[in-house]
Design a protein around this ligand. Structure first.
Ligand SMILES: [Zn+2]
Length: 120
């Protein structure tokens, strides 16, 4: 192993402020949670995702394709929803931080949940 392959304390991938590299397990897990929060599996072309009711494929691809179909308010509302859960905020506290995005996300969730996905 060379020095460039080691993961010591100075490795950029381990710094708190450094973005995780593509394919990193934590990055994939975060993308999968966001994809599931936005219910992108209902729009996914993969029957496996629709059958399981959650992202079972490449979550980055789901976010790229499905996320492009959502308005910025809906997407940002989903991100804010997750951040609020991580921060342990109450619903009212979270709503107060970004009411427009939460309203857009809530409307999206209501509409997509009322529209049952059908296996292809
Ligand atoms: Zn999928």
């Amino acid at each position: 192993m060379t020095d460039t392959q080691s993961n010591d304390e100075t490795s950029p991938a381990l710094r708190d402020d450094a973005p995780l590299p593509p394919g990193h397990p934590v990055r994939l897990a975060m993308a999968r949670v966001l994809s599931d929060t936005l219910m992108l599996w209902r729009l996914c072309l993969s029957a496996r995702c629709r059958r399981n009711g959650k992202c079972k494929g490449d979550p980055d691809a789901c976010l790229d394709i499905g996320g492009a179909l959502l308005s910025d308010d809906v997407f940002n509302g989903g991100v804010a929803f997750l951040e609020a859960k991580i921060d342990g905020l109450s619903f009212d506290e979270a709503w107060a931080q970004c009411p427009d995005e939460f309203a857009a996300f809530g409307e999206w969730a209501r509409r997509i949940e009322c529209n049952a996905a059908r296996p292809r």
